[in-house]
Design a protein. Structure first.
Ligand SMILES: [Zn+2]
Ligand SMILES: [Zn+2]
Length: 421
C-alpha cells in the first residue's frame, strides 16, 4: 500500500458533525451583526509581510516568531495573515472607504495562521470572526461593539463568561506610563525571564503578557496604566463604563490586561470563559485610533474585536435540529422514476429529501431512514404503482397512511404530516 499523506502538524480537518456547529455559530453571528448594521467583507489570506510588521509591531512574538512568511518567486516577502485587523485596515485605506460612511462597520470570517507550539485548543490554522468599526471616536462605538458581542454570546447560550475591561490610554498618557514601567522593571531585571529582560527596554508593556510565574510575581507591585490616564482618556473610559451599566452588561476591571498587539489605544477588552484551561479568552479587541494613520491612511479612529472560533465552539451547546429528512424508500425501476418526481417536488418545496442509492430491500432502506433520523418515509413499490397510492410511514410512531402516487396531489398530505403549511 502507498504511504498515507496526513495533515500538517497543528492543522486539522473539520468533519461534518462539527462543521454543522460551525455553520450554526457563523450564521447566528451574521444575523446578530446584521442587526447592528455590520456588512460582511472577504479578504485575501496572503498579504505583504510589511503590513503585519508595521501594524502588529516588529518586536511582538507574532511577528518575531510566529508568522508563516516566505519570499515568493517574484522576490516579495509575503505572510499568511496572523490576524485580520491589519488586512481590514489595508482594505479600508486602499479602497478609500472613508468616503462611504455606510460601509465603515465591517466584519469578516475566515482562517488565520500562526506557527505556535501546537497544544490543546490551539491550532496553527485557526478561525476568527473579525469585526471592525472605522471613523468613530466616541465611547458609544465601543459600547455598541461590546453590546453586540454580549448579544451573540447570549444567543449562543454560553452559560458563563466574564468581560474583562481596561484602558491603555492614548499616545499622550501612555509615554509617561511606559517610562514609569521601565524604571520599575529596571530594578527587577534579575527576577525577569530572558524574554521579558529583552522586552523591558524594547516594549515594556509586553511584560504584562508574560505567562511565567516569576514575571507575574514581579508585576504585582508594578505601576498601572489606569493611574496614568489623561483627562480625556479617563472621561472616555468612564463614559463607556456608564453605557455598559445602562445596558446591564457586567464587566471586570482588569488593569493588567494589555493584549498581545502594539496598536491598541484606550478601550481594550477580553471575554474569558472560566474553567476551559489556559486559553480561556474566546474573544478580545479594543480601540486602535492611530493604526489607519500608521499604515498610510488619513487619521481615522477605529475599534474592533475578534472571536476565536476554535476556542468558542466547544463552549457552545449543541444547536437543536430544526428539520428531519423525508426518506424515499423505492422498490423497482418504475418506483425509482416515480420517486425522482417526488424528490423534485419535495425539494422545490424546501423539504430535505433522502434516497438510499444502493436501492436494497425495504428493510435495509428503512434502516437507512432510521439512521438518518427521518421523520417520514414514503414507500413506493410495484403494488403501490398498481394501486396508484404510495405509503407514508411515520418513523417514530410506525403509523402508515396512503397518499396519492402523483406528487402534485400527495404533497399537501406530506406537508401536513411534517407539520408544515
Ligand atoms: Zn490619554
Ligand atoms: Zn517573562
Amino acid at each position: 500500500m502507498a504511504a498515507r499523506i496526513q495533515t500538517i502538524r497543528g492543522f486539522r480537518d473539520i468533519l461534518p458533525e462539527e462543521a454543522h456547529k460551525w455553520w450554526y455559530v457563523e450564521s447566528t453571528a451574521r444575523e446578530i451583526l446584521g442587526l447592528f448594521g455590520f456588512k460582511e467583507v472577504r479578504l485575501p489570506i496572503l498579504e505583504q509581510t510589511a503590513l503585519f510588521a508595521r501594524s502588529i509591531g516588529e518586536t511582538t512574538d507574532i511577528v518575531e516568531k510566529e508568522m508563516y512568511s516566505f519570499v515568493d518567486k517574484g522576490g516579495d516577502s509575503l505572510s499568511l495573515r496572523p490576524e485580520a485587523t491589519a488586512g481590514m485596515v489595508r482594505m479600508f485605506i486602499q479602497h478609500s472607504l472613508y468616503h462611504q460612511p455606510l460601509t465603515a462597520k465591517l466584519f469578516t470570517i475566515g482562517p488565520m495562521f500562526r506557527r505556535e507550539r501546537p497544544q490543546k485548543g490551539r491550532y496553527r490554522q485557526f478561525y476568527q470572526i473579525d469585526v471592525e468599526m472605522f471613523g468613530f471616536a466616541h465611547a458609544l462605538a465601543d459600547a455598541e461593539l461590546i453590546h453586540m458581542l454580549d448579544t451573540l454570546l447570549k444567543r449562543l447560550k454560553i452559560p458563563v463568561y466574564e468581560l474583562h475591561l481596561n484602558s491603555l490610554g492614548c499616545r499622550k498618557c501612555r509615554e509617561p506610563f511606559k517610562e514609569a514601567l521601565k524604571t520599575f522593571l529596571k530594578d527587577k531585571h534579575e527576577q525577569l525571564c530572558p524574554d521579558c529582560r529583552r522586552r523591558r527596554t524594547l516594549n515594556p508593556l509586553r511584560v504584562f503578557d508574560c505567562k511565567k510565574e516569576q514575571c507575574k510575581a514581579v508585576l504585582k507591585d508594578a505601576p498601572l496604566i489606569t493611574d496614568y490616564l489623561c483627562e480625556e482618556c479617563k472621561a472616555h473610559f468612564l463614559q463607556l463604563k456608564g453605557y455598559l451599566e445602562e445596558l446591564k452588561i457586567s464587566y471586570v476591571l482588569n488593569p493588567y490586561l494589555v493584549r498581545g498587539l502594539d496598536y491598541y489605544t484606550r478601550t481594550i477588552f477580553e471575554v474569558i470563559i472560566p474553567g476551559i484551561g489556559a486559553q480561556s479568552a474566546v474573544a478580545g479587541g479594543g480601540r486602535y485610533d492611530n493604526l489607519v494613520e500608521m499604515l498610510g491612511g488619513r487619521p481615522t479612529p477605529a475599534t474592533g474585536f475578534a472571536i476565536g472560533m476554535d476556542r468558542l465552539l466547544p463552549c457552545v451547546p449543541e444547536p437543536e435540529e430544526k428539520q428531519r429528512p423525508l426518506f424515499l424508500a423505492l422498490l423497482g425501476e418504475e418506483a425509482v422514476k416515480v420517486g425522482l418526481r417526488w424528490a423534485k417536488v419535495l425539494r422545490a418545496n424546501g423539504i430535505w429529501t433522502e434516497i438510499d442509492y444502493r436501492l436494497g430491500s425495504l428493510k435495509s432502506q428503512l434502516n437507512r431512514a432510521n439512521h438518518l433520523k427521518a421523520l417520514l418515509a414514503l414507500i413506493i413499490g410495484e403494488d403501490e404503482i398498481k394501486k396508484d397510492r404510495a405509503i407514508l410511514r411515520n418513523m417514530d410512531t410506525k403509523e402508515q397512511i396512503e397518499v396519492p402516487l402523483n406528487p402534485e396531489e400527495g404533497l399537501a398530505i406530506v406537508k401536513q404530516q411534517l407539520g408544515r403549511k
